[in-house]
Design a protein around this ligand. Structure first.
Ligand SMILES: [Ca+2]
Length: 446
């Protein structure tokens, strides 16, 4: 599990701007959403007896499979995964049937090899994620599925609008579930990429799902990276958190919306979702606000922020849930400011992109009839290509302000260095690479 800080938002600029690709974009940027990693550490009670063999197998996977994977012997790699699956209770017949005759999928390798080229701006990201059509459709879906959603909201304590928002962002309300063979995709990623241990474990979990007779190999289709169904669960998340809500004895995240909504609610609830609280509020900062306070780690109570002059964006006093929250300025001081409550972090367990979390929360809020943003992101912001971030980091380094890796990723250390530069040249120190700040940096370091 990664901390909520330290992961910049990036997404590949490819393909159509379908929303499902947003989550996949975040997924490809860092390999996989944190949710899938967390899932492995939260063993459901009925699998607890498997914890010991699982830990042993994890060691085995971490040690053995990558070596085999790097040897390039696909079959030997699959055999190692098959053996691990059997130590975790998967019958040999199930594993053999699933893995027999499969070959690496070149399309999966091609997609895996595509690195994100741009850090999307807030405006671009939200524009893609929360279109008026998606809000309207979310409202229709909320109304249509209310009889299913209401009892789930009561039981799990996760608001129906959020469950619908995750669904809308992951697959555009079930519009595209992915048509890759999950087993073949995971086998390809486990045996022919560097993230062998992670995907080998996912393949073992997928084999468990087959062993429990939830579906056939042919029915198990999903994204190129193995995410399945209406909310794109990875197999480990499915095994640990998915639930059979409609009572037919199978968890079907493709065709059963009761199963889909209850599974999402179960995951969120176990991840610490706070009943009746939003993920964030848009806020208004007072003039003269010290932007050094803007940091995911800098949490205060609503009362403390209120005392510092922060108000709800509408001008009224801040909501006070008795919680602490941090302020984020994802488009710098010229854009909207957000106060992020505990549920924001829970969304980042699902997907560790801050912009993704913001999109889920905004979509949920606007599905519930909330107005659009009070402060729109600046129109002149442009997506920063990775080499532009490399350039920025190099210039900050030459000024003695940045000592970290020149990796082209706009992380918190780069932002902190940028803030120091802004202080030095006497402009608003929000740590955001606005066109103005970039121009000043180029002038300072020719
Ligand atoms: Ca079911």
């Amino acid at each position: 599990m990664t901390a909520v800080t330290g992961v910049p938002d990036a997404a590949p600029e490819r393909g159509s701007r379908q929303s499902g690709q947003l989550s996949r974009a975040a997924l490809t940027a860092y390999g996989y959403p944190a949710m899938r990693v967390l899932a492995r550490s939260l063993l459901a009670p009925r699998y607890r007896t498997l914890a010991r063999p699982l830990l042993l197998a994890a060691g085995l996977l971490a040690a053995g499979v990558p070596a085999v994977a790097q040897s390039g012997d696909f079959r030997a790699c699959l055999d190692a995964i098959r053996d691990t699956a059997m130590t975790q209770g998967v019958p040999a017949t199930t594993a053999d049937q699933a893995l027999r005759g499969i070959t690496p999928d070149p399309r999966v390798l091609e997609l895996d090899g595509k690195q994100p080229e741009f850090t999307l701006t807030l405006g671009r990201y939200l524009g893609n994620a929360i279109s008026p059509e998606r809000i309207a459709k979310g409202q229709q879906m909320l109304a249509r599925h209310r009889p299913v959603l209401e009892p789930i909201e009561r039981e799990y304590g996760v608001q129906a609008a959020y469950l619908v928002a995750f669904w809308g962002l992951e697959t555009n309300y079930g519009g595209y579930l992915g048509d890759f063979s999950v087993i073949r995709s995971l086998a390809t990623l486990a045996c022919q990429t560097k993230r062998a241990a992670f995907f080998a474990n996912e393949l073992v979990q997928a084999l468990k799902i087959l062993a429990r007779n939830h579906m056939t190999v042919a029915q198990m289709r999903g994204s190129w990276a193995g995410a399945m169904g209406n909310t794109q669960f990875m197999p480990s998340t499915y095994v640990n958190h998915a639930v059979d809500r409609d009572g037919d004895g199978r968890v079907d995240l493709w065709r059963s919306l009761p199963d889909v909504f209850a599974s999402s609610a179960n995951f969120l609830s176990r991840s610490g979702w706070k009943r009746d609280q939003p993920s964030h509020d848009e806020v208004r900062l007072p003039s003269g606000f010290d932007y050094a306070r803007v940091d995911l780690g800098s949490e205060r109570t609503a009362r403390e922020w209120q005392a510092l002059g922060v108000r709800h964006a509408s001008g009224r006093p801040l909501n006070d849930f008795g919680e602490r929250g941090a302020i984020a300025l994802p488009a710098g001081y010229r854009g909207p400011a957000f106060l992020m409550w505990p549920n924001f972090k829970v969304i980042m367990i699902w997907n560790r992109s801050q912009l993704y979390a913001l999109s889920v929360g905004e979509l949920a809020r606007q599905i519930q009839g909330g107005p659009g943003l009070y402060q729109l992101p600046p129109a002149d912001d442009v997506p920063l290509p990775r080499d532009a971030v490399v350039d920025l980091q190099s210039r900050l380094q030459r000024l003695g302000l940045y000592g970290d890796d020149i990796d082209g990723l706009l992380g918190p250390r780069t932002r902190a260095a940028l803030r120091d530069f802004q202080v030095r040249v006497g402009v608003t120190a929000d740590g955001y690479p606005s066109p103005d700040t970039l121009g000043r940096l180029r002038a300072a370091v020719p």
